[in-house]
Design a protein around this ligand. Structure first.
Ligand SMILES: [Zn+2]
Ligand SMILES: [Zn+2]
Ligand SMILES: [Zn+2]
Length: 258
């Protein structure tokens, strides 16, 4: 049974088009230049896992025809990755199940703070997501896939990427700590965030992506969290010869070794 990776969103924190912007990418007729906030869906058989639940989570699920969610992984607590979490209740309520939400302990603390109402006894019923917070403190298994947390730097923040089989999903990465290198051998696909060409305080630049790709040698690298400076078509033409590709919303990839 092969796992499938689907990009629910590939955009930076503002999404693309950026509201109010009239630049050529924001006005581009190419649907691949329309990017919702970064998130991916992993399917294995009937089971579904999502990494991050940004503000457009509900729209993304409708667009991708997601009929169930069996697990959620959270990379960190920023709004563009988390604030759609409440919409998971459609899956917990109608399917009558508790959905595990995995994240680093520090991120779980933020989830408890941002979504404090979920655990208030005064508010009950179908209006609440039925989730179970699970601290990531080492490798674990979800929807039948072995998952390894990858500590990464997001500016000053310590956050998590995840290795699922031979896929590494590392959004909002500005630096890979040397201790994480051995966790990333023999990758079929590596997904990293890249907001723009030149250096950025909290994400990899395009030059840094190329360097990381040469260092880790995954079969292919996919870029997500893309901003409106990047035209999909131009980026594709520029990078394909390096086995680096821009992701786009709706892109599906068969994964080897998951
Ligand atoms: Zn982000
Ligand atoms: Zn723009
Ligand atoms: Zn972030």
């Amino acid at each position: 049974m092969k796992a499938v990776l689907e990009f629910l969103g590939s955009g930076t924190s503002t999404g693309v088009p950026v509201p109010g912007c009239r630049c050529r990418v924001c006005r581009s007729p190419d649907p691949r230049d329309r990017r919702l906030r970064s998130s991916v869906l992993i399917s294995l058989g009937k089971r579904r896992l999502v990494v991050d639940t940004g503000p457009e989570f509900r729209i993304q699920c409708l667009r991708a025809g997601v009929e169930r969610v069996d697990a959620v992984l959270v990379t960190h607590h920023h709004a563009d990755h988390l604030y759609g979490l409440d919409d998971i209740r459609a899956y917990s309520f109608f399917k009558r199940r508790t959905i595990p939400v995995w994240a680093a302990p520090a991120t779980l603390r933020e989830i408890r703070r941002h979504f404090a109402y979920i655990w208030r006894s005064s508010q009950i019923g179908g209006g609440l997501p039925d989730i179970e917070l699970r601290p990531v403190e080492g490798g674990f298994k979800a929807i039948g896939i072995d998952i390894v947390p990858i500590p990464i730097k997001h500016g000053e923040l310590d956050i998590l990427g995840y290795r699922l089989g031979n896929l590494a999903y590392m959004t909002d990465i500005s630096r890979l700590p040397p201790a994480s290198l051995p966790l990333l051998e023999n990758l079929d696909a590596m997904v990293v965030s890249c907001v723009r060409c030149h250096s950025h305080p909290t994400h990899l630049s395009l030059i840094e992506v190329k360097r990381l790709h040469r260092l880790l040698r995954p079969r292919r690298t996919l870029l997500t969290h893309l901003a409106h400076r990047f035209s999909h078509r131009e980026l594709l033409m520029e990078l394909a010869r390096f086995d680096i590709f821009p992701a786009y919303d709706g892109l599906r990839i068969n994964l080897d070794g998951v």
